[in-house]
Ligand binder design. Structure first.
Ligand code: CMP
Length: 139
C-alpha cells in the first residue's frame, strides 16, 4: 500500500527568488496537509548527509554546495499516495522537461537549481522526514 507522507524542501534558489508563498499555495491547493515545517539552512555536512545516496554521482559536490548555499523550507506533507502525487505536482527533475502547471515548470531554472525536492519512495520519505524533524515537531 502506498504511504501517505512525503518530504519536501523549497530549495535555496526558490527561497532567494521569493517563491516560498507561491510554492506553498500550489502545495495546499493540490490537497497536501502540512504535518511539519521549518525554515533552516543546512551546513555542507548536513546537506552531504541528506544526499548521501548520490555520493558517487558526478553532480554530488555541486548539489551539496548549492543545497547549503542559503536557507531552505523543509516540510513533511500528508496526502494519500503522497510520494507519487507530489512528484507529479513538482514535475520532472529537469525543468525543461517539466509539464505545464508543475512547480518546477513555474519556478525552477535548471536541473541543479530546480526549486523543490520531493522524496522518491515511501521508504526514503520516512528516512528524510526523520532527518529533518523529530516526532515532537510533527502534528
Ligand atoms: P532532488 O529531487 O533534490 O534530488 C537529487 C538532486 O540532484 C535533484 O533534485 C537535482 O537537483 C540534482 N541533480 C540531478 N541531476 C543533476 C545534474 N545532472 N546536475 C546537477 N544536479 C543534478
Amino acid at each position: 500500500m502506498a504511504g501517505n507522507i512525503t518530504l519536501t524542501m523549497i530549495k535555496p534558489d526558490a527561497v532567494k527568488n521569493n517563491h516560498i508563498g507561491g510554492i506553498l499555495k500550489m502545495i495546499n491547493e493540490a490537497g497536501f496537509r502540512i504535518q511539519a515545517m521549518k525554515y533552516t539552512r543546512m551546513t555542507r555536512e548536513v546537506a552531504g548527509a541528506f544526499y548521501a545516496v548520490h555520493k558517487e554521482r558526478p553532480f554530488y559536490g555541486e548539489l551539496v554546495d548549492f543545497m547549503s548555499s542559503g536557507p531552505i523550507v523543509a516540510a513533511v506533507l500528508v496526502k494519500d499516495n503522497a510520494v507519487e502525487d507530489f512528484r507529479k505536482l513538482i514535475g520532472a527533475t529537469n525543468p525543461a522537461e517539466a509539464a505545464d502547471d508543475t512547480i518546477r515548470k513555474m519556478y525552477a531554472t535548471s536541473i541543479g537549481e530546480n526549486a523543490v525536492h520531493g522524496s522518491d519512495s515511501d521508504e526514503n520519505a520516512a528516512i528524510e522526514a526523520g532527518f529533518h524533524f523529530s516526532a515532537y515537531e510533527r502534528f
